[in-house]
Design a protein around this ligand. Structure first.
Ligand SMILES: Cc1ncc(COP(=O)(O)O)c(C=O)c1O
Length: 449
């Protein structure tokens, strides 16, 4: 066992005890695949601004940010106060209410494509609804998604290329007759597939898979928009993670694009559960009741959901969007992210480490342990500037990096992180120190970086 792992175990005895219980209750002891960690995950009992504290009393600079939902950091006072106030009036009215109107109006004011909105309880539900709307509206079955792009865990989007067919355990194989998975950034394959005019929608993550870990060319995005529209295919931007983060109107505003539909969650609901589909009214009208029984039974898309626009999420969401609207919080988080990745790249250069960090708005990523990259000549560079796509963190480095950073007070989101506007320069300087020590420890463990 590596010294780094031993130290991790020594520093987290209470987490280990809780995991022993968790293992008796949940598959792999966890409640979300991404929270699984060898030999056990940490258990957290408190968070504030850019930090959180585990049950063993370790302080951590948090780059998970509520899975990307906390652009404003943990415990943003205006949100927690509004939620506490709202709780006094009841958690669920089973009726329409004022908060959902303000919340929806903000979405419509902020998101360029949003003529109309429908709230859901999660991002998964939002992408599920967007795809169903697209199929009903176009009267076509086929959906296109891009390899490795993530849109939640409902049946159609979990399909993956696997030994010459599209497959996902638990989903009938025939289901995937209506899914095509294309390579990102390959416009020719998209043009060829769309020319048959049988595709209902193209759905993608606008920054590339895993919130920009494999960057998507902006020219490609523009072309997707153009070719989709020319072939009667709907263009769906999945802005669950980029929405209200890359600009008040998300990636679509920043890149000056107007998809037919966009899907949102996370920041949308201010850190509470909630999602929505926003977009063209004529498409969302597929959910409306009409004075026509044939329509209501044969054409209308049913949409229920006990917690849709529940008053607590709606309250948190409307306050969060109000705070984000002028773009200042986004600018802060973006600047902090730039400072972090420039400092990381300087440190990698100083110690001749095969590492590069880059950031897409406030979502930052690492390429670590691969020798093939030429030295960054301009340390000010914040994008991924190489022709070849990043590999991420080399497999054998993932766990040692994660353990070592946790041992020194930093919690990554996967192998990168999301910045909030509540992080501080001091948080980032501590992060760089933790990385510097982690690089030393990894080298001392005999691993090449
Ligand atoms: C781009 C994207 N789409 C959809 C989802 C699913 O959202 P949820 O976890 O709220 O179901 C996620 C979640 O991480 C996401 O990043």
């Amino acid at each position: 066992m590596l010294e780094i792992e031993k130290r991790f175990i020594d520093l987290h005895p209470k987490s280990k005890s809780l995991f022993d219980i968790g293992q008796t209750l949940f598959p792999s002891g966890v409640t979300h695949d991404i929270r699984a960690l060898q030999p056990f995950p940490i258990y957290v009992d408190r968070a504030d601004k850019g930090k959180k504290w585990d049950v063993d009393g370790n302080e951590l600079i948090d780059y998970i940010g509520g899975h990307g939902s906390l652009l404003l950091g943990h415990n943003r006072q205006e949100i927690t106060q509004a939620v506490q106030d709202a709780l006094n009036f009841g958690t669920h009215f089973g009726s329409s209410h004022n908060h959902e109107l303000d919340w929806a109006q903000s979405v419509i004011d902020m998101v360029p494509c949003a003529e109309n909105v429908r709230f859901t309880s999660s991002g998964t539900e939002a992408t599920m609804m967007a795809l169903r709307l697209a199929r009903a509206f176009t009267d076509r079955d086929v959906i296109i998604k891009l390899e490795d792009h993530f849109h939640g865990w409902h049946d159609i989007v979990v399909g993956k290329n696997y030994s010459d067919s599209i497959h996902a355990p638990g989903v009938p194989i025939d289901f995937y007759k209506s899914l095509s998975i294309l390579q990102p950034n390959d416009i020719d394959s998209l043009v060829n597939r769309l020319k048959h005019k049988d595709v209902a929608a193209v759905i993608l993550e606008p920054t590339g898979s895993h919130w920009g870990a494999h960057p998507l060319d902006i020219e490609y995005l523009k072309k997707v928009d153009e070719v989709s529209k020319a072939t009667g295919t709907l263009f769906i931007m999945d802005e669950v993670i980029t929405g209200f983060r890359m600009s008040p109107g998300g990636a679509q505003e920043l890149y000056d694009l107007k998809p037919d539909l966009s899907t949102h969650a996370k920041i949308l609901a201010g850190g509470l559960p909630g999602g929505c589909v926003a977009g063209r009214k004529d498409i969302l009208d597929r959910i409306e009741f009409r004075d026509d029984q044939d329509w209501n039974v044969g054409e209308k898309i049913a949409h229920q959901g006990t917690y849709n626009a529940n008053p607590i999420s709606a309250t948190a969401g409307k306050v969060a969007l109000e705070l984000i609207k002028d773009g200042e919080e986004i600018r802060k988080a973006d600047e902090l992210s730039v400072y972090l990745i420039r400092s990381l790249n300087e440190m990698f250069n100083k110690h001749s480490i095969n590492g590069r960090a880059w950031t897409v708005s406030s979502m930052w990523h690492l390429n670590l342990g691969y020798k093939n990259l030429k030295q960054l000549s301009n340390i000010e560079e914040t994008d991924w500037i190489y022709d070849e796509l990043p590999n991420g963190v080399r497999d054998d480095l993932v766990l040692p990096l994660k353990w070592s950073l946790l041992n020194h007070g930093v919690d990554l989101f996967g192998t990168g992180g999301v910045m909030s506007s509540a992080h501080t320069i001091e948080d980032i300087n501590l992060t760089i120190k933790a990385f510097e020590v982690a690089m030393e420890e990894i080298k001392s463990a005999g691993l090449e970086i």
